[in-house]
Design a protein. Structure first.
Length: 342
């Protein structure tokens, strides 16, 4: 493990004003996204869509890393350049999703654990050869009646740490993603409590499994009330509760926290990230690792038509620029007017 190289990669991904594009949708998820615009999800359509995102001129000013799916890591741009090489040529770090998805946790009704540790060492070596410099593993924690259990929290924390240790052994930066889902009617206080328990377990496991904290990125949920909760919260309250939770549990040695958008609208995800950075400074960079919240407008503008590529790229560029501003605490809703109509 080259500790300095790991640290260099993390710093590059969350450099000032930069964050991550999550373009690692599984086959099932990308099919749903394509269904919403009436496009068949086949290999060429998926390649063409990712190509338009990765070739967007100027996006590298705001995007420090891109998470790819296994298929995408092996695909090439329309000019024949492999996607990892294309991204690297723009100064963007290529990454790869390596988990095999959340499966039912034995003897724990309604809870899951993430699979994919078997054979991971060999997969990481192959992904490294293909150009991946960082990886992602997502654990899913559900809030409900009498859940999450300690069993579920610690099983997922243990797997996240095993994954992270294998990544660092292979010279790949691990993104550690413990996602507390915001589906449900729970309050922001309940969200705070569960997120606290999860982060506590994750960082104990990471320490016990000898993971170098300066060589990881954390990809968590924001502390939000459940989407079905009658009492929703302002951006400022969400920012305050999230930062308070993280100051309790996330070591200052961690270089960056790259939030997932988790079902928030594009502008909510941007506004809340900005509210957190506006109450800084913080010991870690607070940035973004958004999928839908960076892509929704671009996907709609594209709609599978070649003549719409430019409009889709403008929409993606605009969202990247807005989130870049939020990463430095300089975003304002008025800036949304800069968006060019599709």
């Amino acid at each position: 493990m080259d500790v300095q190289e790991l640290e260099k990669i993390t710093q590059s991904i969350v450099a000032d004003g930069k964050g991550i594009l999550a373009a690692d949708e599984s086959d099932g998820t990308i099919k749903k996204r394509f269904d919403s615009i009436g496009v068949e999800s086949n290999e060429e359509a998926r390649r063409a869509y990712r190509d338009l995102l990765f070739t967007t001129e100027g996006a590298e000013e705001y995007i420090g890393g891109v998470i790819l799916f296994d298929e995408t890591l092996r695909q090439s741009s329309s000019d024949g350049t492999p996607f990892p090489k294309l991204l690297e040529s723009k100064g963007i770090v290529p990454g790869i999703k390596v988990d095999k998805g959340a499966k039912a946790l034995a003897l724990a009704d309604g809870e899951t654990t993430t699979e994919g540790l078997d054979g991971l060492r060999e997969r990481l070596n192959e992904y490294g050869d293909l150009g991946a410099r960082f990886a992602k593993w997502r654990a899913v924690i559900t809030i409900g009646k009498d859940i999450p259990s300690e069993y579920c929290i610690w099983t997922n924390a243990h797997a996240l740490a095993r994954y992270a240790a294998l990544c660092q052994e292979a010279g790949i930066v691990p993104i550690v993603e413990p996602e507390v889902l915001m589906d449900g009617d729970h309050t922001i206080e309940r969200s705070f409590e569960i997120t606290s328990r999860v982060l506590h377990a994750v960082f104990i496991e990471l320490r016990d499994q000898r993971v170098h904290p300066e060589g990881i990125l954390l990809k968590p949920n924001m502390v939000l009330p459940g989407y079905g909760c009658p009492q929703q919260a302002s951006d400022e309250e969400i920012a305050h509760q999230t930062v308070r939770c993280f100051r309790r549990h996330v070591p200052a040695a961690v270089p960056g926290v790259v939030f997932l958008s988790g079902g928030q609208s594009e502008e909510q995800a941007t506004g809340r990230l900005n509210a957190m950075n506006a109450i800084g400074p913080h010991p870690w960079k607070l940035s973004f690792s958004y999928g839908r919240a960076l892509q929704a407008a671009a996907l709609k503008a594209w709609s599978g038509k070649e003549e719409n590529i430019e409009a889709a790229q403008r929409a993606y560029y605009h969202r990247a620029k807005m989130n870049s501003a939020a990463q430095t605490g300089t975003y304002a809703p008025d800036m949304e007017r800069e968006a060019v109509p599709a």
